[in-house]
Each structure stands twice: as C-alpha cells, then as structure tokens.
Design a protein around this ligand. Sequence first.
Ligand code: FAD
Ligand code: UDP
Length: 378
Amino acid sequence: MFDYLIVGAGFSGSVLAERLATQLGKKILIVDTRNHIGGNAYDCYDDAGILVHKYGPHIFHTNSREVFEYLSKFTEWRQYEHRVLASVDGQLLPIPINLDTVNKLYGLNLNSFELTKFFESVAEPKEYIRTSEDVVVSKVGRELYEKFFRNYTRKQWGMDPSELDKSVIARVPTRTNRDDRYFTDSYQAMPLHGYTRMFEKILSHPNIKVMLNTDYREIQDVIPYREMVYTGPVDAFFDYRFGKLPYRSLEFKHETHNTPIYQPAPVVNYPNEHLYTRVTEFKYLTGQSHGKTSIVYELPRAEGDPYYPVPRPENAEIYKKYKALAEATPHVHFVGRLATYKYYNMDQVVAQALTMYSNLIARSTLEQHIENGHALTL
Ligand code: FAD
Ligand code: UDP
C-alpha cells in the first residue's frame, strides 16, 4: 500500500514526494504520462550532445531564500543572469525597456531623469489598471506598447492585451536605468548539471517509486494508495464538468547549427515579425562549450499540451468552480501550475508545494492526535 499516489513528476509533484518520503517516511508512487521526470523543466542532451530544454527556456530566479536553500540540497548552481533582446524596427534592443532601449530606438541620448520625463509625456494615464494593455500604455505610451508588446502578446496568447489580465504583461517591468537583466531577483542561477539531474536527486529515495509512460487513471483502481497529490490540469481531473479551462500551448522547433554562436543574446524576442515569439540559444543558459549550437523557436498554439493558464476574468470564474470542487474532494490534494490554474514560475510552484507539505504535516499531526484519543484544546 502506498501512502501517496502523486500524479506528475514536475516540480510540484517531485518536491512533495521528496518531503513526504524523507521527512515523514511515507511510501510514494509518482506517475507521469511522459517518458521522463522533471515536467516542463526537463532538459536533455540532443543528438549533437548539447544540453537543451525540451519545453522551452527555463531560467531559475527567486527572491525566496527558503526555496533556493531547499533546491540547493539537490544541485550545485551556475551563476546566470538572463538577458533578452527584442527585434524592433530592424534593431536588437534590450527588453525590459530601459534607457538604452529608448535611446537606441530613437537615436537619442537621454539620461534617466529625461527618460522619466519622456515616459510621462507619452504615457496615457488610466484611473484603474485592469488589463495588460493598461499596464504598458499607462507607463510608456501607445507607440512603445505597439512596438514591443501588442503583437507579441497577440501571438503568444491568441488575444489582444486588452483582453488579458494585467498580471500577464506586468511580469515585464519598465526601467529608466541601464539595467538590462530580465530578472532582478536576489537569487538567479541555473542548476549546474541541468534540471533533470536535479530531479533525479530529488526523487532518489528508497520510499519513492517512479512510474513513467503512465496515466494515473490506468493504475488508480489497481494500485492501492491512501491519498493522492494531483498536479495535472484541474479541469481534466473532473472530466471537464464545468467546461474546459483554456490553456495556451506551444510548439517547440529545435535546431542545431554548425556554428559556435547563433545569435547575440540568450533569447531574442520577435514581437512583430515571424509566427514564433522568441528564439533561445541554450549554450548561453548552460555555459556549455561546444563547436555547434542548439536553438529553439516557440510557436504559440491553441491546441496541444497545456503550458499556460490564461489569466482573464471569465477563466477565473470557471476555475473558482473547480477549486471549490477540489477542496470538497477528500484525499486528493491539488498543487502546481496546472492543478491550481496559476501562471506560476518554478520557484512559486516549489514554494506552493512546500506550503502544502506543511499543511499535510499539520493535518496528519491532528489526525494522530484524534486517533490517540486525545482531547483537543483550542
Ligand atoms: P508541470 O511541470 O507541468 O508538471 C506536471 C506533470 O504532470 C507533467 O509532467 C504531466 O505530464 C503530468 N501529468 C498531467 N496529467 C497527468 C496524468 N493524467 N497522469 C500522469 N501524469 C500527468 N518558470 C520559471 O521559473 N522560469 C522560466 O524561465 C520558465 N520558463 C518557462 C517556459 C515555458 C515555455 C513554459 C511552458 C513554462 C516556463 N516556466 C518557467 C514555468 C515552469 O515550467 C512551471 O512553473 C513548472 O514547470 C510547473 O511545475 P508543475 O509541477 O506545476 O507542472
Ligand atoms: N511580452 C511581450 N513582449 C516581450 C516580452 C513579453 O509582449 O518582448 C508579454 C507577453 O504577453 C508575454 C508576457 O509579457 O506572454 C510575459 O512575458 P514572459 O517573458 O514572462 O513570458 P514567459 O517566459 O512566461 O513565456
């Protein structure tokens, strides 16, 4: 008998498996439909021997010391600060928009103070910031919005920024200094030997059995377990009872080039040209030396594996119903980006899993208390 059947071997499922097995001695079966662990963070060596991220670029960054220290038990790190260029009007310019972006775009020589004034002069003030369009237009005006954000977003999400929650574009800040890092978190690093190696360590415990190429529905009636942790799409778990929750998908087109460097930055975004949104060159991320180089194009899709929950009010309403149902479903715990329908980064998913672990301990202590016949003092 397993104590837990964990559905999904990505960050959320793997972290819970590790905590429950190593800290509480629970017996875990973790299953994944895919033929590998790591979920969307999975990386592997391609035919040329270059470490690539199968499901697009995964850059680790967090402000949580707890999350960083927790993952540091399973990996050493390579210091890495991510930088992105956007292809706009025939130039490759820093994104997030900063002082250099505006100066290069318009052939100006503004300082930070003057740039602040410039932004103020073009910004369209909004009384209430509701949509992703509002976020940008209220800060840097319509022209920069059109050049850097509008079309990228239309491609990526299949809808206009005015139809998307403000939280989507608010992920990308605007700066008046020359800082060209994509993230400013206090911890920014890549697992030294890759994500998959880190997951192998997370899951390496005698109490954890990993079963790949398996949908949990194939085995849930034949393998006995006490509790389930579910990290797949929440609407699928409930057979789409309240309708399908939209998830945006991507097609990844991987290529290897017979040259040591392909592009001048780890990621180049293409807001206005092409059907793809961005191109990633992996050697920048991993630090690997190799005579060839591998890249990936991301082509947004409406159908396919669910990668992105789509933050907008009507979807939040549908999710609310699934959430209520999830909370009322005994012995099943929902965690992760797909199961809680949240546009979470890796560190946020790890934090969510660690919090769930604390809640599970609290509950198990309480149950033990009641089983032992102790009265509860509140
Ligand atoms: P997942 O990794 O999706 O794992 C869920 C697993 O459940 C999957 O492996 C799936 O196969 C399995 N599963 C589903 N249904 C079943 C079933 N019925 N039976 C068995 N198994 C099932 N985050 C960052 O912090 N930095 C980044 O740079 C970054 N870049 C990203 C780029 C892209 C293109 C994408 C799509 C995401 C990116 N993320 C990034 C987000 C990151 O991928 C997620 O936060 C993280 O992987 C979520 O982990 P999870 O365990 O919740 O879900
Ligand atoms: N975005 C954009 N132009 C860019 C970069 C981002 O319009 O050059 C918008 C787009 O809507 C994107 C969102 O900002 O989906 C969040 O960007 P991020 O790089 O965080 O996306 P992710 O890495 O999660 O795909």
